[in-house]
Ligand binder design. Sequence first.
Ligand SMILES: *[C@@H]1O[C@H](CO)[C@@H](O)[C@H](O)[C@H]1NC(C)=O
Ligand SMILES: *[C@@H]1O[C@H](CO)[C@@H](O)[C@H](O)[C@H]1NC(C)=O
Ligand SMILES: *[C@@H]1O[C@H](CO)[C@@H](O)[C@H](O)[C@H]1NC(C)=O
Length: 393
Amino acid sequence: MFRSLTAWLGLLSVAAALPAGLFPPDSALEKRGDGYNPPRSVVYVQTFRTTSGGQLSLLPLVQQNTKVTHIYLAAVHINDNPGDITLNDNNPNDTIWDTVWSESAQLQSQGVKVMMMLGGAAAGSYPRLCSGSNGAVNDDYYVPLANTLKYHKIDGLDLDIEEQVDVSCPLNLLRRLNQDFGTNFILTMAPVATDLQPSEYGLGGFKYSALDSQATASGKPNGKLVNWYNAQFYNGWGDSSSPVGYNAIISNGYAADRVVLGVLDSPNDGGSGWYSINTYKSTINTLKSNYANFGGDVGWEYWDAGSNDGYSDPWQWVKEIGTAIFGAATGQVNTVSTPIPYGPSPWPSLTSTLEGLGALHIEAVRALNITNGSLDGALKLLGLSDIFIISTA
Ligand SMILES: *[C@@H]1O[C@H](CO)[C@@H](O)[C@H](O)[C@H]1NC(C)=O
Ligand SMILES: *[C@@H]1O[C@H](CO)[C@@H](O)[C@H](O)[C@H]1NC(C)=O
Ligand SMILES: *[C@@H]1O[C@H](CO)[C@@H](O)[C@H](O)[C@H]1NC(C)=O
């Protein structure tokens, strides 16, 4: 009761403070997902320019009633010098980000959660954060990060771990963030889809099931420190053209409200696994029919979303995905259990070569991913160098 009254007053004062015409008059009344309950419509933002080279504005995400619920500013890196933190190439406090921060405040005033993604493909952030004694959180690196999150009023953090660390690293970080920021601070992670499936195959160096069973806290939804997982169904780690891979995660024990379907919103944003918006909408519809508590969808990455679907602006893709996420469930209930599809590999012929030498498909994808498509490197990683020499002799 108090909460909704406060929310109303908040919206009224915001509406009064904004220039006329910035938001359509009914936008404050528009029903959209909320920050804490599924389903969610989420986007990662890493490139802050438009496809034609101008400054990318995030405001259409609310002006156009896309129903977006969360955005991630990506990617934050913890560099070698303690306190040297960058959002892509610049310190988050650099004036280059001023527009992003003022737009973020406007998004937040409309109920959208603005979060940061930490890590990703660039290595080093996690080993640094966890370089205290016995793998404890190292305050020299952690405290400036925490101060930065507070200073910019960030609503949550996504741990995207694509380098080898012990399970204690994410566990200690999640506990510390929860302790310092409280239970309303949203904690997510970005495993590849296979990490959450029975194979538990991925890039982080630890098993997500081992992490998730220990990463508990009273006061958080489901008693779990990780609010939800943004599972990557692309780059050869999963396939979002059918519900099968997502279903496999749910039957592996994860609650549907904690699993968000991660897709490429443009083929330029990843190595493989992009599909057209109609394919994504169909998968989402089926998942909504399968699970009343479907977790939602996250697109990587915003700037050119839908550019291969004929959209001129990325918010159009987000809005169309929103109609599937927040509309009525119309898909077929899918109970078929077939082999879990991985989707196309970013290196299809090298993957086949490695499979021909006895590697499992997903091992081949992982080896090529780590070596960025080097056959020699992948063979070494898989212990297959000798076999290959013999077979080509
Ligand atoms: C940004 O500024 C805030 C406030 O001065 C400070 O606490 C934080 O450490 C700064 N972050 C970085 C990365 O310099
Ligand atoms: C991977 O290799 C491609 C060319 O084959 C190159 O353009 C790209 O920058 C490389 N990526 C990394 C992470 O090294
Ligand atoms: C490896 O996979 C991860 C997760 O999908 C991705 O972020 C990264 O860019 C990939 N690396 C290469 C070199 O393709």
